[in-house]
Design a protein around this ligand. Structure first.
Ligand SMILES: Nc1ncnc2c1ncn2[C@@H]1O[C@H](COP(=O)(O)OP(=O)(O)OP(=O)(O)O)[C@@H](O)[C@H]1O
Ligand SMILES: [Mg+2]
Length: 227
């Protein structure tokens, strides 16, 4: 039987004593899956991705990634080497002085030699339309440029699963098309969060809506009696 890469069962998460953001949520992602995730602002999409990357711990429920239950920080170290998360806010992703250092950081950390890491970083930058950006100072980049570099930092690691939080927000038409092209070509399983339905149509095979703390199928646009 095919094993799920990610298997969340009955996950509940609350930031404080208010109503839980995630409430009995189930999610399964299999190899080759490409799921688009939508939901209103504040519905918990980013929270869900942060739980998958081990940045937040659910109060209850089970988080299985690559066939093992993940609870402690140590369990998530392996997860973060194999699951790439592109943050909604690129400033959360980028921390090196130059673009090349940021994009080479992941491969270096995974044991590549400095030469290999630099080669991978340059190739990834080129793929995403940022050839020549290697020595640019990261914090001086424009918002859209940072977003592209953030995506490059994850692609250069060639993770087995891609978690993308609004990967094209703030991008101009040309950059958006390039990112869509790259995402259509990747072979990894992916979970892409976006308010952009056409992006989801272009890169995902299925769509889930986060509503009232759980994943639900999207409403049929023409179905009578549905909003
Ligand atoms: N650190 C935090 N402390 C307290 N509440 C938080 C925290 N982070 C997020 N929240 C709240 O949890 C809820 C879910 O937030 P989350 O960022 O996951 O939503 P989202 O679906 O990603 O929204 P958006 O579409 O705006 O990105 C929101 O009501 C938000 O205000
Ligand atoms: Mg969000």
């Amino acid at each position: 039987m095919r094993e799920a890469l990610i298997d969340l069962e009955d996950v509940t998460f609350a930031y404080d004593s208010r109503r839980p953001v995630l409430d009995g949520l189930d999610l399964r992602l299999f190899p080759g899956d490409r799921i688009g995730l939508t939901g209103t602002n504040g519905s918990g999409k980013t929270t869900l991705l942060h739980i998958l990357a081990g940045l937040l711990k659910p109060q209850s429920g089970s988080v299985r990634v690559f066939g093992s239950e993940r609870r402690q920080e140590a369990d998530f170290r392996e997860v973060r080497a194999r699951v790439g998360l592109v943050f909604q806010n690129a400033d959360d992703q980028l921390f090196c002085p130059t673009v090349l250092e940021d994009v080479a950081f992941g491969p270096l950390n995974l044991g590549r030699t400095p030469d290999e890491a630099r080669g991978l970083a340059s190739a990834t930058l080129e793929r995403i339309g940022l050839a020549g950006f290697e020595e640019r100072i990261t914090y001086r980049l424009s918002g859209g440029e940072k977003r592209l570099v953030a995506l490059a930092t994850v692609l250069s690691m060639a993770p087995e699963v891609l978690l993308l939080d609004e990967p094209v927000s703030g991008l101009d038409g040309e950059a958006r098309s390039r990112v869509i092209e790259v995402l259509r070509e990747v072979s990894q399983a992916l979970l892409v969060v976006s308010h952009d339905r056409s992006l989801i149509r272009d890169v995902a095979h299925g769509e889930s809506v986060l509503r009232d703390g759980r994943l639900t199928p999207p409403a049929e646009p023409d179905a009578p009696g549905q909003a």
